[in-house]
Design a protein around this ligand. Structure first.
Ligand code: IMP
Length: 422
């Protein structure tokens, strides 16, 4: 049995925290796409942890964590992540298994990302510059290097050919990128040596066997549905399928083996990087969300753009993913707003529509809001659904009615314990 956990907005919905909260129910946590562009934040016992590539079940004693074939791995960042976890005495060889089919991010992929963004000027994607786009380009272009290649003695020859090609491509961009490849390569080789100490597996076979043995598997997504390469706000997206189908291709899970699809969303909306964002606020309300919600990118530290909940976009994500249960994050951040607004339609070419048109740039769509009463109560110490203020219950009921999916968890703070089950 496989359940999926996905972000339904532009990422940063709080997937890391929810995986961590749910891990005790699962035997295996498996990441299926993305790479170190992700930053999954977990908080417990007063300590905050940020994971980039390692699945969020790593802190739980009994969970096995799998990095699936759909993920792209930067050995340099991976090593740093492992180093940061050293003090926890985790048995990584037994608990963290890596797919041989996962692709590797080379130092030159990172440089290519920077060159590509620099060449785009104002039209830049706002990439995290972790080399994600160029690595997936090499994967689909059938040029990439995979984790399994590291088990062969000639991996450095393969590496050299690809890196040389990348250098020529960087020159082609004709932008000013300063780098010392020798240093970057030394760091890369060190990362590779660390990676090689871990257990490489044929993860699709591992996941298949685990299913046959009745193990409970949670597939953990990264980024969010609106950053999906096909269904997101292209070209301002990431380079993988962040939606439910990505779990099938990124782990080798058959579609009919998926049971629950858990969709995570924030009680409002945020976005980092460039691209359209119809409900974005440029006023005091947006600034308050950013300040109270501590809205800074976990990977890049960039301030996140903030705005009201966009129900048109959320409905789209619920449909594309077949979401069966919803989890609302950061409800506490909205405490104190007199009025809560929800975008329930777009004005598009003079009409009110309730679906996502081809282009949601502000010159095409204007959000139409429904206003609801806010609540003043501090939610951060609450532990039971009965304690939620009536205005928040009204907000939740309205969303459930609109989306036709139950909201099972309301998160009221970053810590594991600040989680209300309904
Ligand atoms: P890339 O995936 O690093 O190339 O970035 C492409 C776009 O996706 C940029 O707008 C990034 O800010 C955004 N992005 C990538 N990863 C994340 C994430 O984990 N959370 C939120 N936004 C992300």
């Amino acid at each position: 049995m496989v359940d999926l956990l996905l972000g339904l907005q532009w990422g940063d919905e709080g997937k890391g925290k929810i995986v961590d909260v749910l891990t005790k129910e699962y035997d295996i946590i498996a990441r299926f796409q993305g790479g170190p562009n992700a930053g999954h934040t977990l908080e417990f016992d007063g300590i905050k942890h940020v994971l980039h590539t390692i699945p969020s079940g790593i802190f739980h004693k009994n969970a096995i964590n799998v990095v699936g074939n759909g993920v792209v791995i930067d050995p340099v960042i991976f090593k740093k992540e492992l180093d940061n976890l050293e003090k926890f005495n985790i048995d990584f060889v037994a608990k963290l298994l890596i797919s041989r089919k996962a692709h590797l991010i080379l130092p030159t992929h990172r440089l290519l990302d920077a060159a590509s963004e620099a060449s785009k000027g104002k039209a830049k994607i706002g990439s995290t510059l972790k080399g994600i786009g160029p690595t997936y380009m090499d994967k689909t272009g059938r040029n990439g290097m995979r984790v399994g290649d590291l088990e062969f003695d000639d991996w450095k020859t393969k590496y050299r050919a690809l890196a040389d090609k990348h250098e020529a491509m960087i020159d082609f961009y004709d932008v000013d990128i300063q780098y010392n490849l020798e240093e970057l390569e030394a760091e890369f080789c060190e990362g590779v040596e660390t990676l090689k100490k871990l257990t490489f597996i044929d993860s699709e076979e591992f996941i298949f066997k685990a299913q046959a043995e009745g193990k409970k598997i949670l597939a953990e997504g990264a980024q969010g549905s609106l950053l999906d390469i096909d269904f997101g706000t292209y070209p301002y997206v990431t380079s993988s399928n962040t939606t439910a189908a990505g779990a099938c291709t990124g782990l080798g899970v058959a579609p009919n083996k998926i049971e629950k699809v858990l969709g995570i969303f924030k009680a409002y909306t945020t976005r980092v990087g460039s691209g359209p964002f119809p409900t974005e606020l440029f006023d005091e309300d947006g600034a308050t969300m950013g300040r109270v919600g501590n809205e800074f990118g976990a990977t890049t530290g960039r301030p996140r753009r903030c705005g009201w909940l966009d129900l048109v976009a959320l409905k789209y994500a619920v449909q594309i993913n077949g979401v069966t249960e919803l989890m609302m994050m950061k409800a506490d951040v909205l405490s104190g707003f007199k009025t809560i607004k929800v975008c329930t339609a777009y004005e598009y070419k003079g009409e009110h529509i309730q679906h996502l048109p081809y282009n949601i740039e502000s010159e095409y769509v204007t959000p139409i809001y429904t206003e609801m009463k806010g609540w003043a109560k501090d939610l951060t110490k609450l532990t039971k659904a009965e304690e939620l203020p009536p205005a928040l219950n009204d907000y939740i009921s309205f969303l459930e009615e609109q989306l036709q999916v139950p909201i099972k968890i309301v998160s009221v703070g970053p810590d594991r314990v600040q989680t209300i089950h309904r």
